[in-house]
Design a protein around this ligand. Structure first.
Ligand SMILES: Nc1ncnc2c1ncn2[C@@H]1O[C@H](COP(=O)(O)OP(=O)(O)OP(=O)(O)O)[C@@H](O)[C@H]1O
Ligand SMILES: [Mg+2]
Length: 411
Protein backbone atom coordinates (compact mmCIF):
# COMPACT_ATOMS: atom_id res chain seq x y z
CA UNK A 1 0.00 0.00 0.00
CA UNK A 2 1.22 3.45 -0.78
CA UNK A 3 1.61 6.15 1.82
CA UNK A 4 -1.02 8.25 0.06
CA UNK A 5 -3.56 5.45 0.41
CA UNK A 6 -2.76 5.05 4.11
CA UNK A 7 -3.09 8.83 4.49
CA UNK A 8 -6.61 8.65 3.01
CA UNK A 9 -7.55 5.93 5.47
CA UNK A 10 -7.19 8.33 8.38
CA UNK A 11 -10.06 10.48 7.17
CA UNK A 12 -11.84 9.05 4.12
CA UNK A 13 -13.75 6.24 5.96
CA UNK A 14 -14.91 8.69 8.64
CA UNK A 15 -15.87 11.22 5.94
CA UNK A 16 -17.96 8.71 3.97
CA UNK A 17 -19.50 7.36 7.16
CA UNK A 18 -20.52 10.87 8.24
CA UNK A 19 -21.82 11.85 4.78
CA UNK A 20 -23.83 8.59 4.62
CA UNK A 21 -25.32 9.39 8.04
CA UNK A 22 -26.26 12.88 6.82
CA UNK A 23 -27.95 11.29 3.76
CA UNK A 24 -29.92 8.93 6.01
CA UNK A 25 -31.08 11.87 8.12
CA UNK A 26 -31.93 13.87 4.98
CA UNK A 27 -33.93 10.90 3.68
CA UNK A 28 -35.88 10.38 6.91
CA UNK A 29 -39.19 11.16 5.20
CA UNK A 30 -38.54 9.11 2.04
CA UNK A 31 -39.49 5.45 1.43
CA UNK A 32 -35.79 4.42 1.52
CA UNK A 33 -35.82 1.59 4.08
CA UNK A 34 -33.99 2.11 7.37
CA UNK A 35 -33.89 1.13 11.01
CA UNK A 36 -34.61 3.41 13.93
CA UNK A 37 -32.43 6.52 13.89
CA UNK A 38 -31.08 5.60 17.31
CA UNK A 39 -30.02 2.17 16.01
CA UNK A 40 -28.47 3.79 12.93
CA UNK A 41 -26.44 6.19 15.05
CA UNK A 42 -25.37 3.32 17.32
CA UNK A 43 -24.12 1.21 14.38
CA UNK A 44 -22.30 4.28 12.95
CA UNK A 45 -20.63 4.89 16.33
CA UNK A 46 -19.57 1.25 16.64
CA UNK A 47 -18.10 1.27 13.10
CA UNK A 48 -16.22 4.55 13.68
CA UNK A 49 -14.84 3.19 16.94
CA UNK A 50 -13.80 -0.10 15.27
CA UNK A 51 -11.92 1.64 12.47
CA UNK A 52 -10.50 4.31 14.81
CA UNK A 53 -9.20 1.68 17.27
CA UNK A 54 -7.61 -0.69 14.75
CA UNK A 55 -6.32 1.76 12.15
CA UNK A 56 -6.10 5.35 13.35
CA UNK A 57 -4.91 4.63 16.91
CA UNK A 58 -2.75 1.56 16.13
CA UNK A 59 -1.10 2.04 12.74
CA UNK A 60 1.70 -0.33 13.80
CA UNK A 61 -0.73 -3.28 13.87
CA UNK A 62 -0.79 -3.24 10.08
CA UNK A 63 2.31 -5.45 10.15
CA UNK A 64 0.58 -8.09 12.30
CA UNK A 65 -1.33 -10.20 9.82
CA UNK A 66 -3.34 -12.17 12.39
CA UNK A 67 -4.69 -9.01 14.05
CA UNK A 68 -5.50 -7.49 10.67
CA UNK A 69 -7.66 -10.49 9.71
CA UNK A 70 -9.68 -9.97 12.93
CA UNK A 71 -10.01 -6.27 12.08
CA UNK A 72 -11.18 -6.99 8.54
CA UNK A 73 -13.75 -9.58 9.62
CA UNK A 74 -15.07 -7.09 12.23
CA UNK A 75 -15.27 -4.43 9.53
CA UNK A 76 -17.34 -6.76 7.33
CA UNK A 77 -19.77 -7.27 10.22
CA UNK A 78 -20.00 -3.46 10.67
CA UNK A 79 -20.60 -3.07 6.89
CA UNK A 80 -23.39 -5.63 7.00
CA UNK A 81 -24.99 -3.94 10.03
CA UNK A 82 -24.74 -0.53 8.33
CA UNK A 83 -26.42 -1.76 5.12
CA UNK A 84 -29.06 -3.42 7.30
CA UNK A 85 -29.53 -0.04 9.06
CA UNK A 86 -29.79 1.81 5.70
CA UNK A 87 -28.70 1.00 2.11
CA UNK A 88 -27.37 4.56 1.91
CA UNK A 89 -24.35 3.31 3.83
CA UNK A 90 -23.27 1.63 0.58
CA UNK A 91 -21.07 4.69 0.11
CA UNK A 92 -19.16 3.71 3.19
CA UNK A 93 -19.09 -0.01 2.35
CA UNK A 94 -17.02 0.88 -0.73
CA UNK A 95 -14.08 1.82 1.53
CA UNK A 96 -13.92 -1.93 2.37
CA UNK A 97 -11.84 -2.36 -0.82
CA UNK A 98 -9.31 0.12 0.54
CA UNK A 99 -9.25 -1.72 3.87
CA UNK A 100 -8.75 -5.05 2.08
CA UNK A 101 -5.62 -3.49 0.55
CA UNK A 102 -4.56 -2.15 3.94
CA UNK A 103 -5.19 -5.24 6.07
CA UNK A 104 -4.58 -8.23 3.77
CA UNK A 105 -1.35 -9.36 2.12
CA UNK A 106 -0.83 -9.83 -1.65
CA UNK A 107 -3.53 -11.62 -3.57
CA UNK A 108 -5.55 -12.30 -0.37
CA UNK A 109 -6.91 -8.85 -1.08
CA UNK A 110 -8.91 -10.26 -3.99
CA UNK A 111 -10.49 -12.78 -1.59
CA UNK A 112 -11.18 -9.97 0.89
CA UNK A 113 -12.85 -7.96 -1.85
CA UNK A 114 -15.51 -10.69 -2.44
CA UNK A 115 -17.59 -10.09 0.75
CA UNK A 116 -17.18 -6.33 0.28
CA UNK A 117 -18.59 -6.72 -3.24
CA UNK A 118 -21.51 -8.80 -1.90
CA UNK A 119 -22.38 -6.22 0.78
CA UNK A 120 -21.98 -3.35 -1.75
CA UNK A 121 -24.38 -5.17 -4.10
CA UNK A 122 -26.86 -5.53 -1.22
CA UNK A 123 -26.74 -1.76 -0.70
CA UNK A 124 -27.01 -1.03 -4.42
CA UNK A 125 -30.19 -3.06 -4.91
CA UNK A 126 -31.84 -1.11 -2.08
CA UNK A 127 -31.06 -3.06 1.06
CA UNK A 128 -31.40 -6.58 2.46
CA UNK A 129 -35.22 -6.89 2.13
CA UNK A 130 -35.05 -6.40 -1.66
CA UNK A 131 -33.27 -9.77 -2.03
CA UNK A 132 -36.46 -11.50 -0.97
CA UNK A 133 -38.86 -9.74 -3.38
CA UNK A 134 -39.56 -11.12 -6.87
CA UNK A 135 -36.48 -11.01 -9.13
CA UNK A 136 -34.59 -9.33 -6.27
CA UNK A 137 -32.20 -12.25 -5.96
CA UNK A 138 -31.38 -12.10 -9.69
CA UNK A 139 -30.64 -8.37 -9.52
CA UNK A 140 -28.57 -9.03 -6.46
CA UNK A 141 -26.52 -11.70 -8.25
CA UNK A 142 -25.90 -9.42 -11.23
CA UNK A 143 -24.85 -6.55 -8.93
CA UNK A 144 -22.49 -8.87 -7.06
CA UNK A 145 -20.85 -9.99 -10.32
CA UNK A 146 -20.43 -6.39 -11.57
CA UNK A 147 -18.94 -5.34 -8.23
CA UNK A 148 -16.66 -8.34 -8.20
CA UNK A 149 -15.36 -7.72 -11.72
CA UNK A 150 -14.65 -4.03 -11.08
CA UNK A 151 -13.09 -4.60 -7.64
CA UNK A 152 -11.17 -7.69 -8.77
CA UNK A 153 -9.61 -5.95 -11.74
CA UNK A 154 -8.74 -2.87 -9.67
CA UNK A 155 -7.21 -4.77 -6.77
CA UNK A 156 -5.43 -7.27 -8.99
CA UNK A 157 -3.70 -4.58 -11.07
CA UNK A 158 -2.93 -2.50 -7.99
CA UNK A 159 -1.36 -5.48 -6.25
CA UNK A 160 0.69 -6.42 -9.33
CA UNK A 161 1.98 -2.85 -9.51
CA UNK A 162 2.82 -2.94 -5.83
CA UNK A 163 4.65 -6.27 -6.18
CA UNK A 164 6.61 -4.95 -9.17
CA UNK A 165 7.58 -1.88 -7.22
CA UNK A 166 8.59 -4.04 -4.24
CA UNK A 167 10.83 -6.05 -6.58
CA UNK A 168 12.26 -2.80 -7.94
CA UNK A 169 12.83 -1.47 -4.41
CA UNK A 170 14.58 -4.71 -3.47
CA UNK A 171 16.75 -4.52 -6.56
CA UNK A 172 17.68 -0.95 -5.73
CA UNK A 173 18.44 -1.98 -2.15
CA UNK A 174 20.58 -4.87 -3.37
CA UNK A 175 22.34 -2.57 -5.78
CA UNK A 176 23.04 -0.07 -3.00
CA UNK A 177 24.36 -2.87 -0.76
CA UNK A 178 26.51 -4.18 -3.61
CA UNK A 179 27.82 -0.67 -4.17
CA UNK A 180 28.72 -0.28 -0.52
CA UNK A 181 30.48 -3.68 -0.60
CA UNK A 182 32.29 -2.71 -3.77
CA UNK A 183 33.46 0.53 -2.21
CA UNK A 184 34.63 -1.36 0.86
CA UNK A 185 36.44 -3.90 -1.30
CA UNK A 186 38.08 -1.13 -3.30
CA UNK A 187 39.16 0.63 -0.11
CA UNK A 188 40.50 -2.64 1.27
CA UNK A 189 42.26 -3.30 -2.02
CA UNK A 190 43.89 0.10 -1.97
CA UNK A 191 45.06 -0.60 1.60
CA UNK A 192 46.45 -3.99 0.59
CA UNK A 193 48.14 -2.46 -2.40
CA UNK A 194 49.83 0.15 -0.25
CA UNK A 195 50.85 -2.56 2.21
CA UNK A 196 52.24 -4.68 -0.62
CA UNK A 197 54.27 -1.75 -1.89
CA UNK A 198 55.73 -1.16 1.56
CA UNK A 199 56.51 -4.87 1.93
CA UNK A 200 58.04 -5.06 -1.54
CA UNK A 201 60.18 -2.02 -0.75
CA UNK A 202 61.26 -3.53 2.57
CA UNK A 203 61.97 -6.89 0.93
CA UNK A 204 63.99 -5.13 -1.75
CA UNK A 205 65.97 -3.25 0.88
CA UNK A 206 66.57 -6.44 2.85
CA UNK A 207 67.63 -8.28 -0.27
CA UNK A 208 70.05 -5.54 -1.25
CA UNK A 209 71.40 -5.39 2.29
CA UNK A 210 72.02 -9.15 2.24
CA UNK A 211 73.68 -8.88 -1.15
CA UNK A 212 75.96 -6.09 0.08
CA UNK A 213 76.77 -8.03 3.26
CA UNK A 214 77.71 -11.04 1.14
CA UNK A 215 79.85 -8.91 -1.15
CA UNK A 216 81.62 -7.24 1.77
CA UNK A 217 82.35 -10.64 3.25
CA UNK A 218 83.48 -12.32 0.02
CA UNK A 219 85.39 -9.43 -1.42
CA UNK A 220 86.69 -7.19 1.35
CA UNK A 221 86.93 -9.47 4.36
CA UNK A 222 88.43 -12.37 2.41
CA UNK A 223 90.92 -10.07 0.68
CA UNK A 224 91.95 -8.40 3.91
CA UNK A 225 92.33 -11.76 5.64
CA UNK A 226 94.62 -12.88 2.84
CA UNK A 227 96.68 -9.67 3.09
CA UNK A 228 97.03 -10.03 6.86
CA UNK A 229 98.15 -13.66 6.41
CA UNK A 230 100.76 -12.65 3.82
CA UNK A 231 102.08 -9.77 5.94
CA UNK A 232 102.36 -12.05 8.99
CA UNK A 233 104.19 -14.60 6.87
CA UNK A 234 106.56 -11.87 5.65
CA UNK A 235 107.36 -11.03 9.29
CA UNK A 236 107.80 -14.66 10.25
CA UNK A 237 109.99 -15.65 7.29
CA UNK A 238 112.37 -12.76 6.48
CA UNK A 239 113.95 -14.75 3.67
CA UNK A 240 110.66 -14.99 1.80
CA UNK A 241 109.71 -11.45 2.71
CA UNK A 242 109.71 -10.11 -0.86
CA UNK A 243 107.56 -12.95 -2.09
CA UNK A 244 104.91 -12.43 0.68
CA UNK A 245 104.91 -8.65 0.28
CA UNK A 246 104.34 -9.01 -3.46
CA UNK A 247 101.47 -11.43 -2.76
CA UNK A 248 99.97 -8.99 -0.25
CA UNK A 249 100.16 -6.17 -2.80
CA UNK A 250 98.54 -8.33 -5.44
CA UNK A 251 95.75 -9.25 -3.05
CA UNK A 252 95.20 -5.59 -2.12
CA UNK A 253 94.92 -4.59 -5.77
CA UNK A 254 92.57 -7.45 -6.54
CA UNK A 255 90.44 -6.61 -3.48
CA UNK A 256 90.20 -2.99 -4.52
CA UNK A 257 89.15 -3.89 -8.07
CA UNK A 258 86.62 -6.41 -6.76
CA UNK A 259 85.22 -3.89 -4.27
CA UNK A 260 84.64 -1.42 -7.10
CA UNK A 261 82.94 -4.11 -9.17
CA UNK A 262 80.65 -5.18 -6.35
CA UNK A 263 79.55 -1.59 -5.68
CA UNK A 264 78.51 -1.48 -9.32
CA UNK A 265 76.93 -4.95 -8.97
CA UNK A 266 79.18 -6.35 -11.72
CA UNK A 267 80.39 -9.93 -12.19
CA UNK A 268 83.54 -11.07 -10.42
CA UNK A 269 86.62 -10.09 -12.39
CA UNK A 270 87.66 -13.72 -12.96
CA UNK A 271 84.46 -14.30 -14.94
CA UNK A 272 85.06 -11.41 -17.28
CA UNK A 273 85.45 -12.94 -20.70
CA UNK A 274 86.08 -16.41 -19.25
CA UNK A 275 83.76 -19.38 -18.84
CA UNK A 276 83.05 -20.65 -15.32
CA UNK A 277 85.43 -23.67 -15.44
CA UNK A 278 88.34 -21.43 -16.51
CA UNK A 279 87.46 -18.75 -13.96
CA UNK A 280 87.32 -21.41 -11.24
CA UNK A 281 90.63 -22.81 -12.47
CA UNK A 282 92.17 -19.37 -12.07
CA UNK A 283 90.76 -19.02 -8.53
CA UNK A 284 92.05 -22.47 -7.55
CA UNK A 285 95.47 -21.82 -9.02
CA UNK A 286 96.04 -18.51 -7.29
CA UNK A 287 94.71 -19.99 -4.04
CA UNK A 288 97.22 -22.85 -4.31
CA UNK A 289 99.96 -20.37 -5.01
CA UNK A 290 99.08 -18.31 -1.95
CA UNK A 291 98.59 -21.16 0.48
CA UNK A 292 101.20 -23.54 -0.90
CA UNK A 293 98.54 -26.26 -0.86
CA UNK A 294 97.59 -28.17 -3.99
CA UNK A 295 93.93 -27.99 -4.88
CA UNK A 296 92.51 -29.82 -7.83
CA UNK A 297 89.49 -28.87 -9.95
CA UNK A 298 87.59 -31.47 -11.95
CA UNK A 299 84.81 -30.52 -14.35
CA UNK A 300 82.27 -33.15 -15.45
CA UNK A 301 79.34 -33.06 -17.86
CA UNK A 302 79.08 -30.62 -20.74
CA UNK A 303 79.91 -27.10 -19.60
CA UNK A 304 77.66 -24.34 -20.88
CA UNK A 305 77.19 -20.64 -20.24
CA UNK A 306 74.88 -20.12 -17.24
CA UNK A 307 73.11 -16.92 -16.23
CA UNK A 308 75.72 -14.43 -14.94
CA UNK A 309 74.22 -14.40 -11.39
CA UNK A 310 74.42 -18.18 -11.25
CA UNK A 311 78.03 -18.31 -12.42
CA UNK A 312 78.99 -15.49 -10.04
CA UNK A 313 77.33 -17.31 -7.14
CA UNK A 314 79.20 -20.56 -7.86
CA UNK A 315 82.48 -18.68 -8.12
CA UNK A 316 81.88 -16.95 -4.77
CA UNK A 317 80.97 -20.30 -3.24
CA UNK A 318 84.29 -21.77 -4.39
CA UNK A 319 86.18 -18.74 -3.09
CA UNK A 320 84.58 -18.94 0.36
CA UNK A 321 84.96 -22.73 0.49
CA UNK A 322 88.67 -22.38 -0.27
CA UNK A 323 89.07 -19.46 2.14
CA UNK A 324 87.55 -21.63 4.88
CA UNK A 325 89.91 -24.50 4.05
CA UNK A 326 92.88 -22.12 4.34
CA UNK A 327 91.56 -20.60 7.56
CA UNK A 328 90.19 -23.55 9.47
CA UNK A 329 91.03 -26.93 7.93
CA UNK A 330 94.78 -27.40 8.06
CA UNK A 331 94.19 -29.86 5.23
CA UNK A 332 96.55 -32.01 3.19
CA UNK A 333 94.33 -32.49 0.12
CA UNK A 334 91.73 -30.21 -1.39
CA UNK A 335 89.45 -31.04 -4.32
CA UNK A 336 86.78 -29.19 -6.23
CA UNK A 337 84.26 -30.76 -8.61
CA UNK A 338 82.07 -28.80 -10.97
CA UNK A 339 79.35 -30.99 -12.49
CA UNK A 340 77.08 -29.93 -15.32
CA UNK A 341 73.96 -32.10 -15.25
CA UNK A 342 70.76 -31.83 -17.26
CA UNK A 343 68.77 -29.62 -14.90
CA UNK A 344 71.28 -28.60 -12.27
CA UNK A 345 74.90 -27.70 -11.82
CA UNK A 346 76.72 -28.66 -8.62
CA UNK A 347 79.97 -27.51 -7.11
CA UNK A 348 81.70 -29.48 -4.32
CA UNK A 349 84.67 -28.30 -2.25
CA UNK A 350 86.24 -31.08 -0.17
CA UNK A 351 89.17 -31.18 2.18
CA UNK A 352 90.64 -33.82 4.50
CA UNK A 353 91.30 -31.34 7.31
CA UNK A 354 90.11 -30.67 10.85
CA UNK A 355 86.39 -30.71 10.08
CA UNK A 356 83.75 -29.34 12.44
CA UNK A 357 80.26 -30.05 13.66
CA UNK A 358 77.79 -28.43 11.24
CA UNK A 359 74.98 -28.96 13.75
CA UNK A 360 76.60 -26.33 15.96
CA UNK A 361 77.28 -23.45 13.63
CA UNK A 362 79.51 -20.66 14.75
CA UNK A 363 77.74 -17.47 15.85
CA UNK A 364 78.30 -14.60 13.43
CA UNK A 365 80.47 -12.01 15.20
CA UNK A 366 82.53 -9.00 14.25
CA UNK A 367 85.51 -11.21 13.39
CA UNK A 368 83.75 -13.81 11.28
CA UNK A 369 81.23 -16.60 11.20
CA UNK A 370 79.36 -15.06 8.33
CA UNK A 371 80.77 -16.95 5.34
CA UNK A 372 78.57 -20.08 5.24
CA UNK A 373 75.43 -18.05 6.02
CA UNK A 374 76.18 -15.55 3.23
CA UNK A 375 76.85 -18.46 0.88
CA UNK A 376 73.48 -20.03 1.70
CA UNK A 377 71.63 -16.72 1.25
CA UNK A 378 73.34 -16.05 -2.04
CA UNK A 379 72.40 -19.51 -3.30
CA UNK A 380 68.80 -19.27 -2.14
CA UNK A 381 68.41 -16.04 -4.09
CA UNK A 382 68.95 -17.99 -7.31
CA UNK A 383 66.87 -20.98 -6.13
CA UNK A 384 69.99 -22.94 -5.22
CA UNK A 385 70.86 -24.95 -2.09
CA UNK A 386 73.92 -25.60 0.04
CA UNK A 387 74.80 -28.79 1.91
CA UNK A 388 77.60 -28.98 4.44
CA UNK A 389 78.99 -32.37 5.47
CA UNK A 390 81.69 -32.37 8.10
CA UNK A 391 82.80 -34.07 11.27
CA UNK A 392 85.57 -33.08 13.63
CA UNK A 393 88.75 -34.78 12.44
CA UNK A 394 87.16 -36.17 9.25
CA UNK A 395 87.37 -33.29 6.79
CA UNK A 396 84.67 -31.15 5.27
CA UNK A 397 82.63 -31.22 2.08
CA UNK A 398 80.37 -28.41 0.99
CA UNK A 399 78.10 -28.89 -1.97
CA UNK A 400 76.20 -26.17 -3.82
CA UNK A 401 73.43 -27.05 -6.22
CA UNK A 402 71.93 -24.48 -8.63
CA UNK A 403 69.45 -24.64 -11.49
CA UNK A 404 71.15 -24.99 -14.87
CA UNK A 405 69.63 -21.94 -16.51
CA UNK A 406 71.66 -20.99 -19.53
CA UNK A 407 72.03 -17.52 -20.99
CA UNK A 408 69.58 -18.34 -23.80
CA UNK A 409 67.02 -19.36 -21.16
CA UNK A 410 67.12 -23.14 -21.67
CA UNK A 411 68.66 -25.64 -19.35
N1 LIG B 1 86.69 -26.43 5.65
C1 LIG B 1 86.49 -26.26 6.96
N2 LIG B 1 87.23 -26.99 7.85
C2 LIG B 1 87.02 -26.85 9.17
N3 LIG B 1 86.12 -26.01 9.72
C3 LIG B 1 85.39 -25.27 8.90
C4 LIG B 1 85.53 -25.36 7.49
N4 LIG B 1 84.61 -24.52 6.93
C5 LIG B 1 83.98 -23.93 7.96
N5 LIG B 1 84.42 -24.38 9.15
C6 LIG B 1 83.92 -24.02 10.46
O1 LIG B 1 82.68 -23.38 10.31
C7 LIG B 1 82.71 -22.09 10.91
C8 LIG B 1 81.83 -21.16 10.09
O2 LIG B 1 82.43 -20.84 8.86
P1 LIG B 1 82.10 -19.46 8.20
O3 LIG B 1 82.73 -19.41 6.86
O4 LIG B 1 80.66 -19.29 8.28
O5 LIG B 1 82.74 -18.44 9.17
P2 LIG B 1 84.27 -18.05 9.33
O6 LIG B 1 85.04 -18.63 8.21
O7 LIG B 1 84.69 -18.45 10.73
O8 LIG B 1 84.25 -16.48 9.27
P3 LIG B 1 84.08 -15.62 7.94
O9 LIG B 1 83.80 -16.57 6.84
O10 LIG B 1 82.89 -14.76 8.27
O11 LIG B 1 85.31 -14.87 7.76
C9 LIG B 1 84.15 -21.73 10.94
O12 LIG B 1 84.40 -20.83 11.97
C10 LIG B 1 84.82 -23.07 11.18
O13 LIG B 1 84.78 -23.38 12.53
MG1 LIG C 1 84.48 -18.36 6.20
Amino acid sequence: MTDTREGWLTWLPFGTLFVSLLLVIAALNTPIPRQDLGVVVLVVAVTAAWVGWWVTLHPGWQQRHGLMVVFFLGLLVCDLLLVWASPLFGFFVWTGYLFAGYALPGMWRVAGAVPVAVISALAQIGGIPTVTVADGAAFFAVAVVINLVIAGVMIYSETRKEQASAVRDKMLDDLATANVRLEEALRENAGLHAQLLVQAREAGMLDERQRMAGEIHDVLAQGLTGIVTQLEAADAHPREREHHLAAAKRLARQGLAEARRSVQALRPQQLDGAALPEALGEVVESWSELTGLRAELVTTGSPRRLLPEIEATLLRTAQEGLANVAKHADAGRVGLTLSYMEDVVTLDVRDDGAGFDPAEPREATADGGFGLRAMRERLSRIAGTLEVESEPGAGTAISACVPAITVGGTA
